[in-house]
Design a binder for this molecule. Structure first.
Ligand SMILES: [Zn+2]
Ligand SMILES: [Zn+2]
Length: 350
């Protein structure tokens, strides 16, 4: 802790808000409980601008992808993406060589999948908006290895996102809760063996996300392709492009604006459902879903501990806040089981 006091709100309470104040009085911590009348309201995000669709995880022949950087970038440009991060394993695929593909509607952001391991665990951390290659690091423990790679990316002012925790069942909420200086976690990855949904006693990526949020970590959920296979058949057993993306709210299509919006949670993740507006008022969260053909939509509003607060088939989907539920996020499913996930809107009081 760098500050001398911290207010920690317990996530579950009704009516009266109970808070525990840790007075970390410059080295002499003491704890006391106080109670006060609650008036919970949403902590309204300060966002503006436009939606920009992008994928932050894709491979080329510079690592284990099957297509050249040129082909991969062209694929995303041709499929309506506004930005792409090429993230080869421990290789810096420099978008400067692809500058002829960049225009006012399409941006390439330099990146890398910093690829390490600890014992049997795979530790893959994407670095976005990097200046050059980042060497993968190993450390004495699994948590320290994840942290070392996050730190390596931060040291060059890149933005880390932690990839596919359930790949080889490598790590979960317990480890991620101990990592610092990370804001982005893959909650959906299009690769066929990343076990997004968990099972057999292991939590899904979405459940891991809720555990982290409930524990007080500010972390935002992203969906990515992790695309490797652009040639041949598109099949669920191959890692093809076009499956998972983010739609980022930013003032301009430039790397700095996009990175700031991602790290502030000003985006939603999707596997096929498009949102046109996410409106947050002091006590109202309202989602406007883009109507695709005759598809139907079911929206689930979720609070701390993964509690389902409301399910609705309405569009717009509207949630009214009446008590402190820690945070509220939404998952929209269409009648083909494509999804969109909004980021948590945290609750404050006034
Ligand atoms: Zn990976
Ligand atoms: Zn990958």
């Amino acid at each position: 802790m760098s500050t001398c006091s911290r207010l920690t709100l317990r996530p579950r309470h009704r009516g009266l808000l109970t808070a525990v104040v840790f007075l970390v009085a410059c080295g002499s911590p003491e704890e006391e409980s106080i109670s006060f009348a609650a008036d919970p309201v949403f902590d309204i995000p300060n966002w503006s601008g436009h939606w920009f669709k992008g994928n932050t995880h894709a491979h080329t022949t510079n690592s284990d992808g099957d297509s050249s950087p040129e082909y991969v970038a062209q694929w995303y440009k041709d499929h309506g993406y506004a930005f792409l991060v090429l993230t080869d394993h421990n290789v810096f695929t420099d978008p400067a060589t692809l500058a002829h593909l960049v225009d006012e509607d399409f941006l390439l952001i330099p990146g890398e999948e910093v690829t390490s391991s600890f014992e049997d665990a795979s530790v893959h951390v994407n670095g976005l908006n990097l200046p050059h290659v980042v060497e993968a690091r190993q450390a004495e423990t699994l948590v320290a290895t994840i942290q070392a790679n996050v730190d390596a990316i931060r040291e060059v002012e890149g933005v880390p996102h932690i990839n596919h925790p359930n790949f080889r069942w490598s790590f979960g909420a317990e480890e991620l809760a101990q990592v610092e200086n990370d804001r982005l976690l893959e909650i959906w990855n299009g690769h066929p063996t990343v076990h997004n949904d968990g099972g057999g006693g292991s939590p899904s990526l979405e459940e891991i996300w809720d555990i982290l949020l409930t524990g007080g970590k500010t972390i935002f959920g992203i969906a990515v392709d992790d695309a490797h296979h652009f040639q041949g058949e598109f099949h669920p057993d191959r890692s093809n492009p076009g499956r998972g993306w983010v739609s980022v709210r930013a003032d301009a299509l430039d790397a700095v604006s996009l990175m700031e919006s991602l790290e502030a949670g000003h985006f939603y993740a999707s596997t096929g459902v498009e949102l046109t507006e996410i409106a947050v008022l002091p006590r109202t969260l309202e989602l406007h879903i883009a109507q695709d053909r005759d598809f139907k939509y079911e929206t689930t509003f979720i609070g701390a501990s993964g509690e389902v607060l409301l399910e609705t088939g309405e569009n717009p989907a509207i949630f009214q806040l009446s008590e402190d539920v820690g945070y509220v996020r939404a998952r929209v499913r269409n009648s083909r089981s494509d999804y969109a996930w909004t980021q948590p809107i945290f609750i404050t009081r006034r």
